[in-house]
Design a protein. Structure first.
Length: 148
């Protein structure tokens, strides 16, 4: 039997958030937080809209999920995000004790794995490369349009 609510399913939902960010002129990164098989938070980058360098998709999603759950720890949750979290986001995810992170494209320039591989909670599971090509291509298209 095929599991309908798997990593690919939820990454598609995060990708939809990234497309929304793209359409709004934001760097196209999207995220969803899942608890017990249900999406409890959806977010995308809002750094331009809010004029706030900390308004990354992950930060927005962490805040929304914590508010919904009524607590700061997300140890029973999974974050799906289209781009490898940066150091700032990895630090916040570490403090939230998130149970699992699934990301699409790697970020060779600013990703946490290069600069802060130990920022996450030691029990956090990491899965990478889900829809990596699609996530990377959306980012490349965005920056190509910006450079024209």
């Amino acid at each position: 039997m095929i599991e309908p609510f798997n990593d690919e399913y939820f990454m598609k939902k995060a990708f939809a958030e990234a497309v929304q960010a793209f359409d709004e002129g934001e760097i196209p990164v999207g995220a969803v937080v899942v608890s017990k098989g249900k999406i409890i938070a959806r977010a995308h980058n809002l750094t331009e809209t809010l004029n706030d360098v900390t308004a990354h998709a992950e930060m927005q999603a962490i805040t929304a999920a914590a508010n919904l759950l009524g607590g700061k720890y997300l140890n029973d949750c999974t974050l799906y995000v289209t781009l490898e979290p940066c150091v700032m986001c990895a630090g916040a995810l570490g403090w939230s004790q998130i149970g699992k992170i699934v990301y699409g494209a790697s970020d060779e320039k600013r990703g946490f794995k290069k600069f802060a591989a130990k920022a996450l909670h030691p029990k956090t599971e990491i899965v990478s490369g889900i829809f990596e090509t699609e996530c990377a291509e959306l980012l490349q298209e965005f920056f190509q349009k910006k450079r024209k």
